[in-house]
Ligand binder design. Structure first.
Ligand code: NZQ
Ligand code: ZN
Length: 391
């Protein structure tokens, strides 16, 4: 295990009806004026918004609201939120929603404490020195932003989708009630399952040595996510399965599986160009990228992929070469994605080979000429992975 610091200071409040505690929680952190930040309507339709307002009113917490965060959240609403926070002296941003609302809230929280343009942080021209406190009520287990120290925003001028890591982005608290996820469209549930598995893969795909303890925890998490993900296709209101993916999704991306090792993140980088350019759902994009990435890098990483095949996909190695076992694991991953109605090729995203030059150009703008750690990839490698994802 390599040296590490793991600091996950977020208070997680998990379980049925916990959203009703939000007013008390905000009070306990001394919130004076809150910005409630949310998406395009699901929390109004489900009645969650009204319950949140009721809880804040009961606890005498003053608030303003800003809705309209779109999936793959954009800078324009972040600017609106920053203006509103400065005008109203907001000291706490409460995101009610998924990764998009949470990431937008994080960028607002940082921008509200900065005199310049918040995109400076994403352009690496400035570093976040402080931010408003951030609270979360989670409605979709997927991005893990409720426990992560990152936020991904798309700059509409050029459609640049960029992630940023900052300790100031860790939420102060996150409320996770699995019942709030019952209303999710099945496609979003499945995309969330793919995304959280991806957050584990990005850490599991490592060249670091002596990682067995965390590898085994990761394999256990993957097994549980796959089991629950399958169950939710037929039983979307199964509380235990919803609970598993809610908590697994949080742990998958709060840094826990990354300790003591070098992480990868190539597949996420390849996918972010798809979301930015074609506005595809992040998890669905990942379901297309991972199999292609794994096939492309297979020859250099047979041992790692074989382990994944055996431990997670229960591939029996007797009578097979190591490479055949690894390949069977990749096939099993594809079969799992298909079983939860996720696309596994570009065509399932309404993308085609014609999009590849644009994807590679944007990738170069965002990451330069090479990226990744598990396998150092060039832009030519990226093009070949995108091509594999078309076949
Ligand atoms: O906008 P509303 O109306 O709320 O609808 C949303 C949205 O259309 C809907 N939804 C959410 N909860 C619902 C619901 N519909 C019915 N019932 C509910 N309970 O689901 C759709 C997707 O929501 P979104 O927040 O976009 O999903 P997700 O959590 O997957 O977030 C995706 C974003 O997070 C980024 C992605 O790139 C993408 O931009 N990521 C953020 C990360 C981070 N901050 O650490 C890491 C991830 O790797 C990821 O990149
Ligand atoms: Zn992700």
């Amino acid at each position: 295990m390599k040296n590490f610091i793991f600091h996950s200071p977020t208070k997680f409040v998990f379980g049925k009806d916990t959203e009703n505690e939000v007013g008390d929680l905000l009070n306990s952190y001394g919130a004076k004026k809150v910005l409630i930040h949310y998406g395009t309507g699901s929390i109004k339709r489900s009645g969650l918004f009204d319950r949140v307002v009721e809880s804040l009113n009961k606890s005498n917490v003053d608030f303003v609201e800003l809705g309209g965060v779109v999936p793959n959240p954009r800078d324009d609403l972040v600017y609106d939120g920053i203006k509103l926070c400065k005008k109203e002296n907001v000291d706490f941003v409460l995101a009610v929603g998924g990764g998009s609302a949470i990431d937008s809230a994080k960028a607002i929280a940082a921008g509200a404490k900065y005199d310049g343009d918040f995109w400076d942080f994403y352009d690496k021209k400035a570093e976040i020195k402080s931010a408003l406190k951030i609270g979360v009520i989670l409605t979709i287990p997927a991005a893990g932003s409720e426990g992560s120290a990152s936020a991904v925003i798309t700059n509409t001028d050029g459609m640049l989708k960029r992630g940023l890591y900052s300790p100031h982005y860790r939420p102060t608290f996150s409320i996770i009630n699995p019942e709030l996820t019952y209303t999710l469209p099945s496609y979003q549930t499945s995309a969330g399952v793919v995304d959280m598995m991806g957050h584990i893969f990005e850490r599991y795909f490592t060249n670091s040595e002596n990682t067995l303890f965390v590898d085994r925890l990761a394999e256990g998490a993957l097994l549980s996510i796959i089991e629950a993900g399958k169950k939710l296709i037929d039983e979307p209101t199964n509380y235990e399965s919803r609970s598993v993916i809610c908590w697994a999704g949080t742990i998958a991306h709060n840094g826990f599986f990354g300790v003591g090792r070098q992480e990868d993140w190539s597949s996420h980088r390849l996918e972010h160009e798809l979301s930015a350019l074609l506005d595809v759902t992040h998890g669905a994009g990942l379901a297309v990228i991972y199999p292609a990435y794994m096939k492309y890098t297979l020859d250099n990483h047979v041992k790692r992929y074989k382990r994944l095949a055996e431990k997670v996909f229960k591939i029996v190695s007797k009578g097979k070469t190591d490479k055949e076992v690894a390949e069977a694991g990749i096939e099993a991953l594809e079969a799992f994605y298909k079983s939860i109605n996720m696309p596994i090729r570009f065509s399932g995203l309404n993308a085609s080979e014609k999009d590849i030059p644009k994807l590679v150009n944007k990738l170069e703008e965002n990451v330069g000429k090479s990226f990744g750690h598990f396998e150092k990839l060039t832009l030519n490698d990226a093009r070949k992975i995108y091509e594999l994802a078309c076949q």
